[in-house]
Design a protein around this ligand. Structure first.
Ligand code: SAH
Ligand code: SF4
Length: 378
């Protein structure tokens, strides 16, 4: 029988209890886990040899059984407005994107959870690529690790450039629950990134059963991608709505937020699409729909991408929509577009997904046929 070495455990993606269990499983004291975690996340160390408070024998043992392996950085761009974007290659071979947005003394990191997305919202460029793979917890927290490193870690001091994390990059985080939850735990742990639970936000298009399950595991903030104030329109924009319609979805979100207590509210994200969901009647419907939902509203003017078929509303239409909600008593903000010069704006994240369904190729082929048919008619 050949003696096959067991695959090395990637310590980057382990929460504190998980890394302590690992040390116990190799016959070491549990507190060693915390020490190593601090080296990884506070000091950005990936080489066991640099862990000076870990004895030589243990370092050798770790080298044989474990590794600290962040995903590969393919590129890093810095926008004129300070926004940064990383393209990161994950184990499946696809690339995902991570964006850092500095604004008003805060630094928000927008993290991806999947390569591509299976949910196919009609206005989303990630959805247009189809689904390729779930990211591992190491690949998710690895994006925070990479961003944190880029600001230069200072020994004995945790870098505070990243004050907030939003799971609003590529993918539907609740469809990769088992990897997303540990990664968010590491974001919040003191030996990880020490970010407060209020400042870690999961954004979902509405996977109802997983919202209830989330509440059993973690108390991060929740954002709901609403985008339409009635089921008829939402069925078109967010096809998942056919499975989990608005009444059950909003009840579930209310339940999640009420369990958090402490005056925490749901964030409603609403991508404004010209002549589709930006009319006065949509604002009126939204006011009625959200009447008893403790929430704040974030309007996202549509960010165009090729062949989307949608347009961004005029600034007047955006202001009208915002003013009406504001008059009705809602806290409403309009998300300003950041990092446009490096294609880092919301909904422009495309990465480079190996689409298993080859849907994007079919989509392009159909577009070409349509374009040819149109030019033949002219
Ligand atoms: N899958 C999750 C999180 C990722 S999408 C979700 O849907 O909530 C993050 C946000 O960007 C969502 O609110 C999404 O609807 C929005 N978005 C997607 N494409 C967009 C575009 N082209 N312009 C503006 N916002 C977009
Ligand atoms: Fe997926 Fe979110 Fe895009 Fe919808 S908006 S396709 S859920 S990433």
């Amino acid at each position: 029988m050949t003696d096959q070495a067991a695959p090395k455990v990637n310590l980057l993606g382990l929460t504190k209890p998980q890394i302590e269990d690992f040390f116990e499983s190799i016959g070491e004291k549990r507190f060693r886990g915390g020490q190593v975690m601090q080296w990884i996340h506070h000091f950005g160390v990936t080489d066991f040899a640099q862990m000076t408070n870990v004895g030589k024998a243990l370092r050798a043992k770790l080298e044989a059984r474990a590794e600290i392996r962040p995903p590969e950085v393919v590129s890093e761009d810095i926008s004129a407005d300070g926004t940064r974007k990383w393209v990161v290659r994950v184990a499946s071979g696809s690339c995902v994107e991570t964006v850092y947005i500095p604004q008003n003394g805060r630094g928000t990191l927008c993290v991806s959870s999947q390569a591509g997305c299976a949910l196919d919202c009609s206005f989303c460029s990630t959805g247009k690529q189809g689904f390729n793979s779930d990211l591992t917890s190491a690949e998710i927290i690895g994006q925070v690790w990479i961003a944190n490193q880029s600001f230069g870690t200072v020994p004995a001091k945790i870098d505070r450039a990243i004050t907030n994390v939003v799971m609003m990059g590529m993918g539907e985080p609740l469809l990769n629950f088992d990897n997303v939850v540990p990664a968010m735990q590491i974001m919040m742990e003191d030996l990880g990134y020490g970010i407060s639970k209020r400042k870690v936000t999961l954004s979902t298009s509405g996977v109802v059963p997983m919202i209830d399950k989330l509440a059993e595991h973690i108390d991060v903030s929740l954002a709901l991608s609403l985008h339409a104030p009635n089921d008829e329109l939402r069925n078109v924009l967010v096809p998942l709505n056919k499975k989990y319609p608005l009444d059950v979805l909003l009840e579930t979100c209310k339940r999640y937020v009420s369990r958090l207590g402490e005056k925490r509210v749901l964030t409603i994200e609403y991508t404004l699409l010209k002549d589709v969901n930006d009319q006065p009647e949509h604002a009126e419907q939204m006011i009625a729909l959200l009447r008893d939902v403790p929430c704040k509203i974030n309007l996202i003017p549509f960010n165009p991408f090729p062949h989307s078929g949608y347009e961004r509303p005029s600034n007047n239409a955006i202001r009208r929509f915002q003013d009406r909600l504001h008059q009705a008593g809602y806290n409403v903000t309009v998300r300003t577009t950041r990092g446009e010069d490096i294609d880092a704006a919301c909904g422009q994240l495309v990465g480079q997904v190996m689409d298993r369904t080859r849907r994007s190729e079919r989509y392009i082929a159909v577009r070409q046929l349509n374009d040819e048919a149109a030019s033949n008619r002219n």
